[in-house]
Design a protein around this ligand. Structure first.
Ligand code: MG
Length: 454
């Protein structure tokens, strides 16, 4: 797909992502959906109004009435779409820097559009074969005011409210000036937690931190946990579909460790858990210990959703899925990533232990990354052929869905071409650093030798 990447379409506003572009996306999506009503939402970005206006105009021009939800987390817009049975267009760039914005498309089941559905929208976009309606059939706009309240109510109904309240937790929350600032403080308060916040004013200039919840942006949160003696720190990305955690000592918890801890609590024998090919050994170990099956897809949430749907159609239970970036699915609740729900599931674990104890089993894994660059197609082909040969010659389990992942049981190595730079990235992970380094270096050396012989 040219227009839609693995997580929608994003770009720097007024450079790659213009109102004209968004207008065309809206017309294309509206044409494919053929729905007489479409929901439209945005996160807190400074350019959100401008682009939402363009989207509203495009949707109305192809005959759809537009329910304007205003600033809401993406999972709240998805909840509205599911409840009302209408598709939704969300103006958000998720975790990207402030100058970015983008579009996410959601079906009338509240789930992000599948790849084949996005391809149909893209085809309409490229051919400009938009629905054409008469002047008196164009759509009208309605404001919907209670989306955030109903979203929080739905969350409260879905988690173990009593247990969390009884645990008497202090939550340090950093919604990063994003859409979660409008819902998460209230949600955790109504769960019976004491809530202290950083960067909790919705602000599209993101003065306190960038929207991506990674350690370099989260010093405020670590300090807030320490000075308030909080039990846990929680950070969201810009549209609040992800949650990242700090333990009670103010230490960052790796997203892979959180995913493993949450999966261990959810998985029973015979279940499946779905993740991407760069999944941590932590989740491999959790799945093996639970006697559950681990299914790996190409990287990107759309691929994970597609695989969950396939498994569920085959009557396989998938209670948990996701990636180590804080984007976690609990498909028995909803087939969406939801930062607030993910955080509440983590709070449920804190009923029985402190945050550092809950993740202790999944600490101490070592990740190693090596890049092998290439110049031109011949070198690139040689590198990938060498990776394929190494995979086929190794006496281990191989996954070739997105690059080549070799699972050694206790450790793994993945060789995968970068999507943005001329290099093959090699990832390896093991309990012992030497083991991870050995596997990464072995693969890198194989690739270097192949490159030298081009
Ligand atoms: Mg996001």
């Amino acid at each position: 797909m040219k227009v839609f990447g693995s997580s929608g379409t994003r770009g720097v506003v007024n450079e790659e992502l213009t109102p004209e572009f968004v207008l065309k996306i809206a017309k294309a999506a509206g044409t494919v959906w053929r729905s007489d009503r479409v929901a439209l939402a945005r996160d807190t970005r400074a350019t959100g109004d401008m682009l939402a206006d363009a989207a509203a105009s495009g949707l109305a021009s192809v005959g759809a009435d537009v329910d304007r939800l205003g600033m809401v987390p993406t999972p709240a817009a998805q909840a509205y779409a599911e409840r009302e049975g209408v598709p939704a267009l969300v103006i958000t760039a998720s975790h990207n820097p402030p100058e970015y914005n983008g579009v996410k498309l959601v079906g009338d089941d509240g789930i992000e559009l599948s790849v084949d559905h996005l391809e149909r929208v893209e085809e309409k976009f490229l051919t400009e074969a938009f629905e054409s309606v008469r002047w008196n059939e164009t759509g009208h706009t309605h404001r919907v005011e209670d989306v955030r309240d109903r979203y929080v109510d739905q969350l409260l109904d879905a988690v173990d409210r009593e247990a969390i309240a009884d645990a008497d937790l202090t939550v340090a929350l950093d919604p990063g000036h994003g859409a979660g600032a409008l819902t998460s403080p209230e949600f955790f308060r109504r769960l019976g937690c004491d809530v202290v916040t950083a960067n909790s004013q919705p602000d599209g200039h993101f003065p306190g931190r960038d929207p991506e919840p990674v350690p370099k942006n989260l010093d405020d949160l670590g300090r807030l946990v320490e000075v308030t003696d909080a039990d846990v720190g929680i950070a969201h990305d810009g549209d609040a579909d992800r949650a990242i955690f700090y333990d009670e000592t103010g230490e960052y918890v790796e997203g892979d460790a959180t995913l493993a801890a949450l999966a261990a609590a959810e998985l029973d024998a015979g279940d499946a858990v779905v993740s991407a090919v760069n999944v941590s050994q932590r989740l491999v170990d959790v799945a093996r210990d639970a006697d559950a099956r681990l299914e790996l897809t190409p990287i990107g949430s759309t691929n994970i959703i597609t695989r969950i749907r396939e498994l569920r159609r085959a009557d396989v239970s998938v209670p948990v899925a996701g990636e180590g970036n804080g984007g976690i699915f609990f498909p028995n609740y909803r087939l969406t990533r939801d930062g607030a729900y993910t955080a509440a599931k983590f709070l449920e674990l804190l009923v029985d232990g402190r945050a550092s104890e809950v993740v202790a089993d999944y600490d101490g894994y070592h990740n190693v990354r090596v890049n092998v660059s290439y110049a031109g197609d011949a070198e690139r082909d040689a590198l990938l052929a060498a990776a394929e040969r190494a995979a086929s010659e190794a006496d281990v389990e191989v996954n070739a869905r997105d690059g080549y992942r070799l699972d050694h049981g206790d450790a793994w190595v993945l060789a995968r071409p970068s999507g943005t730079e001329p290099m093959v990235r090699i990832y390896a992970e093991a309990r012992e650093r030497e083991r991870a380094e050995e596997l990464a270096e072995e693969m890198a050396e194989t690739l270097r030798v192949a490159k030298a012989s081009v």
